[in-house]
Design a protein around this ligand. Structure first.
Ligand code: AMP
Ligand code: ZN
Ligand code: FE
Ligand code: FE
Length: 302
């Protein structure tokens, strides 16, 4: 019998709704044998998820998801796998990323106020804090702002909040400062992890040649892998990404991008299209990580 894993999930340490413990328990209840937690910009949920996974006997990969600089209207997210939850490298990276958010969020809220939607940063922080790992709201994102807008009656749904205000063409959109793709990969490596290009469809490259160019540049910047299966991918997308993985000798990953209630159509372990990721991809990811670690440890400083 084939066993399955989910290598892309979010908890209440970022904008997911399940706590790390609940997420790990849900993964086991869904019949999965392995899980990666990949919260946006933060490793705050990793130790809790790791402890719970040990307790119930689930294979666990400590991860992160970083937004890198990329031209509009695309977005580039880079996943970090097997990052060390207590490394100074992780702390440095998330401090930089959280500062980018803390500079952006008040600007969005100020614009919303100008537009007549009266919400406060305090309300948004309270929403992010509900069910957060230790009662602290560290990663505050647009989904939390959208929720505050719904609760204040400014919009009727999170979707409407994004469509009209918060999305990249919305009236209250501000970008946050980001790392360049090269910096993001370097930070992930400095935190002990492997860097994997997330959901390449979201790059919105016009054609396969353009996509190949982006991937070749990332490979030059030491990218380790590519996410082939994801809730936003059609079968033909995954097929193309698999070909690029072979061409550039990249490790292949897949995951649902589960968030809980904010994305109710995405099921843990199944995603939007009932695509499951066999455990052999977790085996290969782990192997690639061990190989990289060995390579790095034999490097002699010049
Ligand atoms: P942020 O990290 O604060 O820039 O917000 C990004 C989060 O907003 C991600 O989890 C996205 O999935 C979510 N998001 C982006 N666009 C939409 C949308 N149109 N509807 C719902 N969620 C969205
Ligand atoms: Zn998210
Ligand atoms: Fe993403
Ligand atoms: Fe994600």
């Amino acid at each position: 019998m084939i066993q399955y894993v989910d290598l892309h999930t979010h908890s209440s340490a970022s904008d997911g709704t399940l706590t790390p413990t609940q997420l790990v328990n849900s993964a086991q209840a869904a019949g999965l044998v392995g899980l990666a937690l990949t919260d946006h910009d933060s490793g705050n949920g990793l130790l809790e998820a790791q402890a719970q996974s040990r307790k119930i006997g689930l294979r666990f990969v400590p991860g992160i998801e970083i937004s890198a600089e990329y031209p509009h209207p695309g977005t580039m997210h880079i996943l970090g796998y097997y990052i060390d939850p207590v490394s100074p490298g992780l702390k440095r990276m998330s401090d930089i990323l959280l500062e980018g958010r803390n500079n952006r969020n008040p600007r969005i809220i100020a614009r919303l106020n100008e537009l007549g939607c009266r919400i406060t940063l305090q309300q948004v922080q309270d929403i992010a804090r509900r069910g957060s790992v230790d009662g602290r709201a560290t990663v505050i994102g647009r989904p939390h702002i959208a929720q505050a807008m719904v609760e204040a009656g400014c919009v009727s749904s999170v979707k409407q909040a994004f469509d009209v205000y918060l999305g990249s063409t919305g009236a209250a959109y501000f970008d946050k400062e980001r790392l360049t793709p090269r910096q993001a990969i370097e930070c992930i490596h400095a935190a002990g992890g492997l860097a994997v290009l997330a959901h390449p469809v979201q790059l919105r490259t016009g054609n396969p040649a353009e996509l190949q160019n982006v991937i070749a540049n990332l490979v030059d910047a030491q990218l380790d892998g590519i996410e082939v299966w994801h809730s936003d991918h059609r079968p033909q997308d995954s097929q193309l990404f698999l070909e690029f993985a072979r061409r550039y000798n990249l490790v292949v990953t897949g995951g649902s991008d589960f968030h809980g209630t904010p994305k109710p159509d995405i099921a843990l372990g199944l995603g939007r299209q009932n695509v499951r990721v066999p455990v052999e991809y977790l085996d290969r990811l782990e192997q690639a990580w061990k190989q990289r670690r060995e390579r790095e440890s034999v490097k002699v400083p010049i």
